[in-house]
Design a protein around this ligand. Structure first.
Ligand code: 5GP
Length: 135
């Protein structure tokens, strides 16, 4: 049983690292500059750009370079990356003057979560009073 788990884990890792489809996700293309976007931050691990269809005066997406499809599929190996995304989102909120008025960060996962782009991203929303509960 342990051997089985080991083999399955190894196969998953090989698939994710080496046999991933060569087709880039929409957000990889934005990260690589192949699709234009208003980029407001870029580093070796993530980039942030304005949402094409903003739901608030400030609506920024923070996207890891690594194409993890959704938060549900992140694993222990992504722990540092996830922390980096959250800290980057907060730093951007501060830079855009949202720290005092407040803001929301959200991650949509799967159909009921409202996910439409299968490449993990954090929404940073601010600049107006946001409703709770969300629709
Ligand atoms: P989701 O619905 O998956 O949580 O969020 C995907 C977000 O990506 C949506 O808010 C949508 O407006 C945004 N989006 C989709 N296509 C593009 C694009 O080509 N450029 C930019 N900047 N945002 C996009």
């Amino acid at each position: 049983m342990r051997l089985h788990r080991l083999v399955v884990g190894l196969a998953d890792r090989v698939f994710r690292c080496h046999l991933r489809p060569a087709v880039k996700t929409l957000f990889e293309k934005i990260y690589d500059g192949e699709i234009p976007a208003e980029i407001i931050h870029k580093d070796d691990f993530c980039c942030a750009f304005r949402d094409i269809s903003p739901q608030a005066p400030t609506h920024v997406l923070i996207v890891p370079r690594k194409p993890v499809p959704r938060i549900c599929e992140a694993d222990a190996e992504d722990q540092t990356l996830l922390g980096h995304l959250l800290l980057t989102a907060t730093a951007i909120a501060r830079d855009l003057g949202l720290a005092e008025s407040g803001f929301r960060i959200a991650i949509n996962n799967g159909p009921h979560g409202g996910e439409t782009v299968p490449h993990l991203h954090i929404h940073l929303l601010g600049g107006r009073q946001l409703e709770w509960p969300p629709g």
